[in-house]
Design a binder for this molecule. Structure first.
Ligand code: NAP
Length: 249
């Protein structure tokens, strides 16, 4: 028996990066997985193929989490295919960096729409399904930026800080329905963004991390997996920071 046998996980933004690692972690633990993505169908299909090659039941759904109709369809298609949603991971996220005084309205709005409103829509749609069955796990991928702020990322930091408020409120409201809601706040994780950075900038960032290296997506996924299992049944409204010591309180 695997810990998530018979369960279904919906992971937003699961075609690449951290979301992809989360899809594998939950799938290897026994869950069927919906791989959501927005635009890169090839990456999503590649991820789905690799999951299926490991015997993991997988559905791929293109949907923009900032669009409530898309989100309703995403949840509906997951339930139609797998019967339920037991685990929702709000991972889809974007950045549009600019100095605050030069930030365009569109840069502010788009990041808030995807990174914060997207989670709101997904929690509403999947949460109703979970509440009906009186069980569920919701895990929101925030960021250390939501705790500390981040240069050129007023939009992103505000969205991620908002996501923490949403997490704590949802934890309080949904507890009576048997649903736990937690957040994972990564620091600097080696995904496409960091890989493409100039060596000098990489080194500057590395110097700020007590453990002396970037995280890898699997190190975020293992914490998400923990929160999805029975081992975390008594944890709700919590923010788990996974950052190599970057943010020391
Ligand atoms: P990534 O590699 O850029 O992947 C982003 C994923 O989100 C892709 O699957 C993308 O799909 C999807 N996506 C983007 N916009 C979407 C939308 N509107 N609707 C649905 N899916 C959408 O990102 P990542 O670095 O793995 O980050 C994942 C999460 O971790 C984000 O919430 C991010 O803020 C957070 N985080 C990352 C780091 C880091 O260092 N990487 C640190 C802290 C927090 P398409 O390719 O099809 O658009």
């Amino acid at each position: 028996m695997k810990p998530l046998d018979g369960q279904t996980a919906l992971v937003t933004g699961a075609s690449r990066g951290i979301g992809r690692a989360i899809a594998f972690a939950l799938g290897r633990a026994g869950a069927a997985v919906t791989v959501n993505y927005q635009s890169n169908a090839e990456a999503a299909e590649q991820t789905a193929e690799s999951l299926r090659a490991e015997g993991i039941r997988t559905l791929t759904v293109r949907a923009d989490v900032s669009n409530p109709d898309d989100v309703s369809r995403l949840v509906r298609e997951t339930c139609t295919t797998f019967g339920t949603i037991d685990i929702l991971v709000n991972n889809a996220g974007i950045t549009r960096d600019n100095l605050l005084l030069f930030m365009k309205e569109e840069e502010w709005t788009r990041v808030l729409d995807v990174d914060l409103k997207g989670a709101f829509y997904c929690i509403k749609a999947a949460g109703r399904e979970m509440a009906r069955r009186r069980r569920g796990r919701i895990i929101n991928i925030a960021s250390v930026a939501g705790l500390t702020g981040d240069m050129m990322r007023a939009n992103y930091a505000a969205a991620k800080a908002g996501l923490l408020g949403l997490t704590k409120t949802a934890a309080r409201e949904l507890a009576a329905s048997g649903i736990t809601v937690n957040a994972v706040s990564p620091g600097l994780v080696e995904t496409g963004l960091i890989a493409g950075m100039a060596a000098i900038k990489r080194q500057k960032l590395l110097d700020t991390i007590p453990l002396g290296r970037f995280g890898n997506p699997d190190e975020v996924a293992s914490v998400v997996l923990f929160l999805a299992t029975d081992a975390a049944a008594y944890i709700t409204g919590e923010v788990m920071v996974v950052d190599g010591g970057l943010y020391t309180r």
